[in-house]
Unconditional design. Structure first.
Length: 464
């Protein structure tokens, strides 16, 4: 990482050169509109938010109008935005808070902004950076969170810690440009899947952490300052081609159903009164790491890990430096026996997710230290729809169903299109009764080969 950090001035200069007018790709005319747009953008594409706000800002021209809005009417005005029922209530409360605390004007101080109901640090940075050019911090969205470790700018995995790393190395006078420029670069060039390294402005600098494949060759006389530019780098674009967009597009109607709104309210209440895993921004990590159109394998888990610092949104996986759980240890033993891959010293399985393995738990949240505490609250209904969506939309997927509960999901899958591998769960309670020796990894790759798909490199398990 030190080599890349030593070149931070060059990185900043290239971002400025390639994206001179970089800004957040939401439409707004006042800071208050930007705050609303940023609030609505959670789990929704920028393109969809811009479509909704085109008429929304005409109907509600200021915070007072939002504060006075009828919630049911506002709910209908937000149709098209994911979680529109929940967001209608929260948006009204946010604007009421903005009117009551600050007279309907966005405060120009991040410590005051994050006290507003529903405003987190990233949203506050977006407004302050883009509307006022105030270097309150560095915007860390999905793209910056992914690409900062990839480029060697941080070894951290959470937005808050990544932002702290970036604020240490990026000169403060560049913070307001750095975040939006990195977002555009991540959105259109350094994408989650199949990054366009050959056209990247950082090809000669980037360590390409977690990027598979050979580094594209540079011309022997290559010098960036001689005028070489990325043909893939737009000066400005609208619309978010983010990884989770395909999921949102297909699941938006499901997320707007009454049961899902009740589920969201339940989880919110739980977080208000208890510690809940995984962290809020990682609940849908399996979806953000594996685009719908690239799903090749579904590995189905059950409940998220409920001990401290374990769950991060991928079934069976834990963060680096966290003790490997027993079921995953057994998976690693079979990995060695089956395909000869020596188990890594960590339990971070994001390397599989990035190759097209959707690592889906049937329940996506849990109360700390209370296993199964969020079962039968609605998650199972939602993840059943996810399984049906994959079965319906994808051409061929290998579904790995370990254990009795997972095997019951076979009825949701089109057996004529997909391969279903049923087996014993790797838990210490059952692994010796059929999991060991089942060769699931080689069976998956055999099914992928037969379907003309690329195999999974089960040994590709970097810690970032």
């Amino acid at each position: 990482m030190s080599d890349t950090i030593a070149q931070i001035d060059e990185i900043v200069a290239r971002l400025r050169d390639a994206y001179p007018n970089a800004t957040y790709e939401l439409n707004w005319t006042t800071p208050e509109e930007m705050l609303v747009a940023t609030f609505l953008a959670a789990q929704t594409t920028d393109k969809k938010v811009n479509e909704v706000t085109a008429s929304l800002f005409k109907k509600y021209p200021n915070p007072q109008a939002f504060a006075d809005a009828d919630v049911k009417e506002l709910e209908q005005d937000l149709v098209g935005v994911s979680f529109h029922r929940k967001k209608s209530k929260a948006l009204k409360k946010l604007n009421q808070d903005l009117v009551n605390r600050f007279g309907g004007k966005v405060p120009r101080d991040i410590n005051q902004m994050i006290k507003l109901k529903g405003v987190a640090r990233k949203s506050a940075n977006v407004v302050l950076n883009c509307c006022f050019d105030i270097p309150s911090g560095v915007i860390v969205d999905t793209h910056v969170k992914r690409n900062s470790p990839r480029m060697g700018l941080s070894t951290q995995t959470t937005p808050e810690k990544i932002e702290r790393d970036l604020m240490k190395i990026v000169p403060k006078e560049h913070w307001t440009h750095f975040g939006p420029a990195m977002i555009i670069h991540g959105r259109y060039t350094c994408t989650a899947r199949n990054p366009n390294c050959a056209e990247c402005i950082f090809l000669d600098l980037c360590p390409r952490n977690d990027v598979s494949g050979r580094r594209p060759a540079l011309p022997a006389d290559f010098k960036y300052k001689d005028g070489w530019r990325s043909s893939a780098a737009p000066a400005a674009k609208t619309g978010d081609a983010g990884v989770i967009d395909g999921w949102v597009e297909h699941l938006a109607e499901e997320m707007d159903k009454p049961y899902f709104q009740r589920l969201v309210e339940f989880v919110d209440d739980e977080r208000g009164n208890h510690q809940v895993f995984p962290p809020e921004d990682e609940v849908f990590a399996a979806f953000s790491m594996t685009p719908l159109e690239e799903v090749k394998v579904v590995l189905l888990g059950q409940d998220p890990y409920h001990d401290d610092d374990q769950a991060h949104g991928l079934c069976f996986s834990v963060r680096p430096n966290i003790k490997i759980p027993p079921s995953l240890r057994n998976m690693y033993k079979e990995l060695k026996t089956d395909v000869g891959v020596s188990p890594p010293k960590h339990g971070y399985l994001a390397g599989w997710a990035r190759q097209g393995v959707l690592m889906l738990n049937t329940v996506l949240t849990v109360r700390a230290h209370e296993a199964n505490s969020h079962q039968k609250k609605g998650w199972e209904t939602f993840t059943d729809e996810v399984i049906k969506l994959v079965s319906r939309e994808c051409d061929h997927v290998v579904f790995i169903l370990w254990g009795t509960s997972a095997k019951k999901k076979a009825k949701l899958i089109n057996k004529r299109k997909h391969t279903i591998l049923k087996g014993t769960h790797p838990s210490p309670l059952s692994a010796s009764r059929g999991f060991f020796g089942s060769k699931p990894y080689s069976e998956v790759n055999a099914a992928l080969r037969k379907a003309g798909q690329a195999e999974i490199d089960w040994g590709q398990l970097p810690t970032h």
